[in-house]
Design a protein around this ligand. Sequence first.
Ligand SMILES: *Cc1c(COP(=O)(O)O)cnc(C)c1O
Length: 439
Amino acid sequence: MQPATLIAQFPLLADLIALKETTWFNPATTSLAEGLPYVGLTAQDVADAHDRLARFAPYLAQAFPETAAQGGIIESDVVAIPAMQRRLTQEYQQPIFGELLLKKDSHLPISGSIKARGGIYEVLAHAEKLALAAGLIAITDDYSRLLTPECQQFFSQYSIAVGSTGNLGLSIGIISARLGFRVTVHMSADARAWKKAKLRRHGVTVVEYAEDYGVAVEQGRKAAEADANCFFIDDENSRTLFLGYAVAGERLKEQFAMQGRVVDANHPLFVYLPCGVGGGPGGVAFGLKLAFGDHVHCLFAEPTHSPCMLLGVYTGLHDGIAVQELGIDNVTAADGLAVGRASGFVGRAMQRLLDGVYTVDDQRLYNMLGWLAQEEAIKLEPSALAGMAGPQRVCASADYRKLQGLSEVQLNHATHLVWATGGGMVPDEEMAQYLAKGC
Ligand SMILES: *Cc1c(COP(=O)(O)O)cnc(C)c1O
């Protein structure tokens, strides 16, 4: 379809093309019961992923001592950020009704981003399959056996490949190399130099491209096809990655229970998830829906220069269109979100379970990055701030309240959870540059 025809049919596209910050509230959300069949995955699939991670916990606790305190479970804290809530209210003259919380996936062990969920999970699932088939382990064994030279030798016959803007490559590279796999990460032009250097120190082969994420993934896919012993991790389509992220839902429910936080009809939960290709936010949102049912409302956040999921879901074209086809350049400071074409799998799976998608300007990401550092002493990478613009979009919109049938009373008792997706391992010099760009 010609851009002009598309714009006539979908008026919000004019704002996307003009790179204006845009909020799209989904008119087609349904209940979990109605939406679930379209996902094609079930609560049992998520429970299986949970169990698999539990089997690997003894291995992870030994292989990565930083996970030992949590028994080899890779999980992050959830914290209240009242000073940031006041700061945002004051800066933008828009109150945030209810309480503002931060989910610190930015500080997940091993790789310091949300990719320590899905990326690591998919490598573990692959390793388990190979090791079980070869009779190296049984499902009831203590998986710390996988640290033996014999097992490492076994895995070294196999290789793993992935295309990434940085954080997925970091997660998959580190865990794959530790298990003994040969691993190649195909990095897009957006990937930060320190991430590539860190991977090389871990013995990972890094291939660099001057093009964006889509090209890096395609090249990775091709290289892997040439080698029967190579497993390609497909960020655009993988159900396994998605399930690794989805485990977060039940875990958050447990954390809330421990903190005495209630989520029910009168205490709705709003969750704001930065979105690149969609697997991370999609998987987490799926897990949250299973855990909290219709009381959780999920919104995705994208940079104004890379609104691929908004474009795909809003037009219903999904992976049939890329932002570049509308003249949008996919160049953003939010390198983790620099994706021009969304996952068709995630868009189709989640389009009924998503309350909306909105875009954020790069300068706003830098400003909020600085305020969060000042007010709460929490440092994130630019991508991870995309969620932070969401609560005020929701609180400002009477239309959204009407669409969702939410009263002002309910909104006053809301919890707003911003999913901080990365930044815990950014080197100090790089962080100083980010901080200098805020105002
Ligand atoms: C990858 C990433 C995301 C989004 O995940 P997708 O699966 O690409 O949608 C968000 N924030 C950061 C920091 C990331 O690295």
